[in-house]
Design a protein around this ligand. Structure first.
Ligand code: ACM
Length: 801
């Protein structure tokens, strides 16, 4: 018998001999000493991942043989006063997910207990230690640490798959020391584009908590709806929370339209308080976002006097960026001051997010109030005006005891002291901010945007675009190598963002979040140099089964057949197919029909030397167990030939590598997958080696247009032909023929499409080397999303005929 909390205070392994802990020399204790000595000496203990499938990977886990058995007499022993919320959540999880009833007890005898105690002295802020042996389980840590320790324990429970009263759940013996690498382990949710109810938000928080995420960024306001009750300004929700319709289909696509159903919703202050309390019980801090000065149409529809024009303003039914923004007038500042006072009172966390992204300056350029401020304060331009605006808001929040964080645009024109930066347009903003001594949360689009596609297989539900498979999330490292050790301290952590333009309900939300939340969790929690994707995948089965039990609509992309296209050595390419995380045999057929017979067994790479379509699927016996994957090859003289790039594509859009330009497969719309290579404000500069002197008639390349994603038509192209790779003869610049929607590009509104540029003057030329340079637009013109930023250039297949 022993008393609660009668345990040593240090987190160091030496504590094991210093105090009294249920009998000084219990075998488990002595063993623990050796374990920890070993753990601290070894950098990375490998273990059987199926037996210890914990995600995120604990800092240290040492496996042992033998199991603890959970039976009807097992109790959880804890001081209810200190860890009630923590243990309650765990006990409820066991009940809800496994129908296991675990009872609380104040004291334990002879074993068969889970002992939970607080230990805040010398323990890292969110740290814990967990010991499991055949007889007992002991968990120590801070309040948050104990909470996380119970989540680790939850993931160690092996429950028999079939209902079998004779087989009891077990927990494998082990010792764990754990603590997070980053203190900001964030997940964001946009509730403006689509609204999620109080219960759905709570569920989202539970998913976060299971994976040790601790910061919920709640995007509460945007052009498409204001979602937080502000007592002083009731029209923000009576008007600003409702819109008259919603875009159906993809923004800019020819078949998209606006439906006429009123759509909206908001959270009362009581709802918010309830959610904040709930989050707190899960050790989650909420960071509310109030967007300004752009993305403010809902606010303007409710209070038009805050605008730069007379309107009319509407709560927007479509996506993108709108020219109607807040006017930085005294009226606006006093309004925002009152709004932020109420927001600050509702959310106990230190940070308030003030948006700051994508603020078009068109209205500011012609507005008298703005121009007077620019003159009076000797500001250089409208960018500096936004910086001036941000500084006032940052100071306003400081007076309320809060710290501002904003999207990385708040760096433009100079950043206010004390403001933190969320880096989303790549990492550059975050790097600059950390070098200048500002706190940073890394959330770059190429790794952290969970609204992007996670598979390029046909049949993926509509997404905004992009390509963010699980492995890419997993590969992210939040501290860029450009930062020194001192500068790295400003990287608070990492966050994934869930923008909901194309996520209208909870099932789709689950699809976009799962399983990518697993990778995020490990990137945020675990010490990165030891991360290893194969080791991660070996632990994933447990979680997929768990999601099934929880009725979560988890994406199945990791089961996708993996296609690899390589040079065939002769003409064309070789298509290699490999099952994803699933056993079976691949079959395929050749032909355009969607209903063909899978009449080929896949054994060896398929040589593709002519334009052709392949349909493939994974089979078990005679049953297809995956969807069908379709590969359209468009084979030309360039297909499969060596290609070199003088300037690599942007890291975020480089998945396919240079070979993606000549692999025979064109990128799709909406843009997704590894086919598109992207350059941000830079040229594509490629040389293709045809291998021998060749007669050619045309050179064609494909580029993307998607102005809502800042992707613009190529502006100019040059091509040189060479026989020796040294001297190039230029082709006639004026003879390019552009087909597709690039020709329809217009200012304002979003255009999406796909275009091809073809050299008209290459007829009957001979060359071995082809040098293609494609120039981007330059700066995005006013009135468009991302105006003033460099335009993206996205290029896919290059064909030579
Ligand atoms: C953003 O994605 N506009 C921050």
């Amino acid at each position: 018998m022993y008393e609660m909390n009668s345990r040593p205070s240090s987190f160091h392994p030496a504590f094991l001999f210093r105090g009294k802990l249920r009998g000084e020399f219990s075998p488990a204790r002595v063993l623990s000493f050796f374990i920890f000595t070993f753990l601290f000496l070894s950098s990375f203990a490998q273990y059987d991942e199926q037996r210890y499938p914990v995600i995120p990977r604990p800092y240290k886990l040492l496996p042992f043989s033998g199991d603890f058995t959970l039976d009807s007499r097992t109790v959880i022993v804890t001081d209810m006063k200190s860890t009630q919320a923590e243990t309650d959540f765990f006990v409820q999880q066991l009940k809800d997910i496994y129908n296991i009833n675990l009872k609380h007890a104040k004291k334990a005898s002879k074993g068969n207990f889970i002992y939970v105690a607080l230990d805040s002295s010398g323990v890292p802020p969110e740290g814990y230690q967990l010991f499991v042996n055949r007889n007992e389980i002991d968990l120590y840590g801070t309040k948050a640490g104990v909470f996380y320790g119970l989540q680790t324990l939850f993931q160690l429970i092996h429950v028999p798959a079939a209902v079998d009263r004779l087989v009891l759940p077990t927990i494998p013996s082990c010792s764990v020391i754990d603590q997070p690498q980053f203190r900001w382990r964030g997940l964001h949710l946009d509730v403006s584009r689509h609204f999620f109810t109080k219960l759905q938000v709570k569920e989202y928080l539970r998913w976060m908590a299971m994976y040790k995420l601790n910061t919920f960024h709640w995007h509460l306001t945007d052009d498409q709806g204001w979602r937080i009750e502000i007592k002083k300004y009731p029209r923000l929700t009576s008007i600003g929370a409702w819109r008259n319709g919603t875009l159906a289909g993809h923004e800019g696509a020819a078949n998209s339209f606006i439906d006429t159903t009123e759509y909206g919703g908001f959270y009362t202050q009581n709802d918010i308080r309830e959610i904040v309390r709930y989050a707190d019980s899960l050790h989650i801090t909420i960071v509310p976002e109030i967007e300004m000065p752009g993305h403010a149409c809902a606010m303007l529809a409710a209070y038009p006097e805050l605008g730069c024009t007379n309107g009319p303003f509407i709560v927007q039914p479509t996506w993108g960026v709108f020219n109607d923004v807040l006017c930085p007038s005294e009226k606006t500042f006093s309004f925002l001051d009152n709004v932020l006072t109420e927001v600050a009172a509702l959310f106990p966390g230190k940070f308030i997010h003030i948006g700051g992204d994508e603020c078009p300056k068109a209205e500011w350029k012609t507005n008298d109030t703005c121009q007077v401020i620019i003159r009076n304060y000797h500001l250089k331009d409208e960018d500096e005006l936004q910086s001036w605006f941000t500084k006032r808001i940052v100071a306003m929040l400081q007076k309320k005891g809060k710290q501002a964080i904003g999207w990385d645009e708040i760096l433009d024109g100079g950043l206010a002291d004390g403001a933190a930066v969320m880096s989303w347009r790549g990492e550059e903003g975050g790097i600059a901010a950390a070098k200048a001594g500002h706190n940073v949360v890394m959330s770059p689009g190429g790794y952290c945007y969970f609204d992007h596609y996670q598979s390029d297989a046909p049949g993926e539900p509509l997404a905004i675009g992009g390509y963010l498979p699980l492995e890419k999330v997993y590969s992210y490292r939040p501290v860029p190598p450009q930062l020194s050790a001192d500068e790295s301290k400003y990287i608070l952590g990492v966050q994934a963002n869930m923008w909901t333009e194309y996520i209208g309900d909870e099932k789709k939300l689950q699809y976009m979040l799962f399983p990518r939340i697993l990778a995020l969790s490990e990137v945020a929690w675990s010490y990165t140099k030891e991360n290893n994707y194969a080791f991660f995948l070996n632990r994933i089965d447990f979680h997929l089964n768990l999601f099934t039990r929880m009725n979560i609509n988890c994406a199945k992309s990791i089961f996708d057949i993996k296609a690899k296209i390589t040079s065939s050595m002769v003409n064309g390419v070789a298509l290699s197919l490999e099952p994803g995380l699933m056993t079976g045999h691949i079959r395929y057929y050749i032909g355009d029909s969607d209903t063909g017979t899978f009449d080929h067994d896949y054994d060896f790479p398929v040589i593709i030397d002519t334009t052709v379509t392949i349909h493939a699927a994974l089979f078990e016996e005679n049953e297809a167990v995956t969807r069908t994957y379709v590969y359209h090859f468009d084979v030309s003289l360039a297909t499969g030939k060596p290609v070199s790039l003088r300037k690599p594509p942007d890291k975020s859009y480089s998945t396919g590598g240079p070979f993606a330009l000549v692999d025979g497969i064109r990128g799709e719309m909406p843009w997704k997958g590894s086919q598109w290579l992207g350059w941000w404000g830079d040229t594509l500069d490629a040389v293709i080696d045809l291998g021998q002197d060749t007669l050619i008639n045309s050179v064609t390349f494909n580029f993307l247009v998607d102005s809502s994603s800042w992707i613009y038509p190529a502006q100019n192209y040059t091509i040189g032909l060479s026989e020796d790779g040294k001297t190039y003869v230029p082709l006639d610049k004026n003879a390019w023929i552009v087909t597709g929607s690039a020709g329809e590009f217009r200012n304002g509104g979003n255009v999406a499409g796909y275009a091809r540029a073809s050299s008209g003057s290459a007829k009957n030329q001979r060359a071995r080397y082809i040098h293609l340079v494609v120039y981007p637009l330059g700066k995005i013109p006013p009135g468009n999303p991302g105006e003033g930023n460099p335009a993206w250039l996205f290029v896919s297949e290059i064909n030579v005929n």
